[in-house]
Design a protein around this ligand. Structure first.
Ligand SMILES: NC(=O)c1ccc[n+]([C@@H]2O[C@H](COP(=O)([O-])OP(=O)(O)OC[C@H]3O[C@@H](n4cnc5c(N)ncnc54)[C@H](O)[C@@H]3O)[C@@H](O)[C@H]2O)c1
Length: 282
């Protein structure tokens, strides 16, 4: 739970800034909350998601509320992404200050294929959608001359990149690659003052999150361990705003944990008591 005293009109942190936000599917999406927070802070943006989401997403409502055009694009297609950045710079009349990559999909995970028995075509697709797409997005933006100097690129990650969470399976590999791309591109983008970071977010109840078997157990476990509890989507969006703003202009190539302290914990009293109780009743 995160209480906030942020005023409805925000702080104007992104006034005058423009960008592209990838990955808002419905009201539970992290990108949806990020778009609302960016809008609150005065930023303008183009929304993008996979063409297939036209059929079952609800992006139009968000687009209308935030006065943002939508350009549908498959994040595995360089041509689609090129079209996004061409349209975005035309809409904003100049290069962009920020890009948010909030895209992920584990095909083997969805199809309940265990890690020991991965279907490699699906695995490559998972890596392509969830990690390589970040490279492709940045490259498309650079090729289109769409990134302003001193801009900010942000991707969403999970601690499964560093530690094994059994049911997270292939997505742990995808997040490890994603975070590596953040570092590799960060070096190169730094020459123009552009920064790139990954926010490693708590388990959050979204379409992608709940597609993982055992998600509720992962959610409850993290909730018990993290001193602040799990970070919700709203607080994630507020943190992302600071990373898109000039307030964080010297931060780059980082995996930044937004997880209520989970990543620095071993075990908590609540978990010790729970385990002790379970063992005693055996
Ligand atoms: N929910 C969690 O527990 C959690 C925790 C940490 C990190 N994340 C990460 O946050 C990001 C956003 O996920 P979310 O939890 O908001 O779920 P979500 O399902 O709302 O968002 C995932 C998005 O990826 C998009 N996508 C999938 N394939 C695509 C493709 N080929 N081209 C373009 N877009 C495509 C989907 O349409 C969707 O909008 C992901 O990177 C996810 O791994 C989620």
């Amino acid at each position: 739970m995160s209480d906030s005293t942020i005023p409805a009109e925000g702080f104007g942190l992104l006034r005058g800034k423009t960008g592209v936000i990838f990955g808002a599917l419905d009201e539970s999406s992290l990108a949806w909350h990020i778009a609302e927070a960016v809008h609150r802070e005065g930023g303008r943006f183009v929304l993008s998601n996979a063409p297939v989401t036209k059929r079952f997403g609800s992006l139009e409502g968000l687009a209308e509320r935030t006065s943002s055009p939508i350009v549908y694009a498959d994040a595995t297609s360089a041509d689609d992404l090129g079209a996004v950045f061409a349209a975005a710079t035309e809409h904003t009349d100049g290069p962009l200050d920020f890009v948010v990559h909030s895209i992920g999909m584990g095909i083997n995970v969805r199809k309940k294929r265990p890690y020991e028995d991965l279907n490699y075509d699906w695995y490559l697709k998972t890596l392509d959608i969830s990690a390589v797409s970040l490279h492709r997005v940045v490259r498309a933006a650079l090729d289109a001359g769409a990134l302003a100097d001193a801009g900010s690129v942000l991707a969403l990650s999970y601690i499964g990149a560093q530690r094994t969470f059994s049911e997270y399976s292939e997505m742990g590999d995808a997040k490890a690659l994603l975070e590596s791309i953040v570092r590799s591109f960060g070096y190169r983008l730094g020459q123009r003052g552009i920064r790139i970071n990954a926010v490693s977010q708590s388990p959050t109840r979204t379409t992608a999150g709940s597609g993982i078997k055992g998600f509720d157990a992962m959610f409850d476990f993290a909730e018990q361990i993290a001193p602040l509890g799990n970070a919700d989507a709203q607080s994630c969006a507020d943190y992302c705003v600071t990373l898109l703003s000039d307030l964080s202009r010297m931060v780059t190539m980082q995996t930044l944990y937004h997880d209520g302290g989970f990543s620095a914990m071993g075990i908590s009293d609540a978990t010790v008591e729970l385990l002790a109780g379970a063992l005693a009743s055996e």
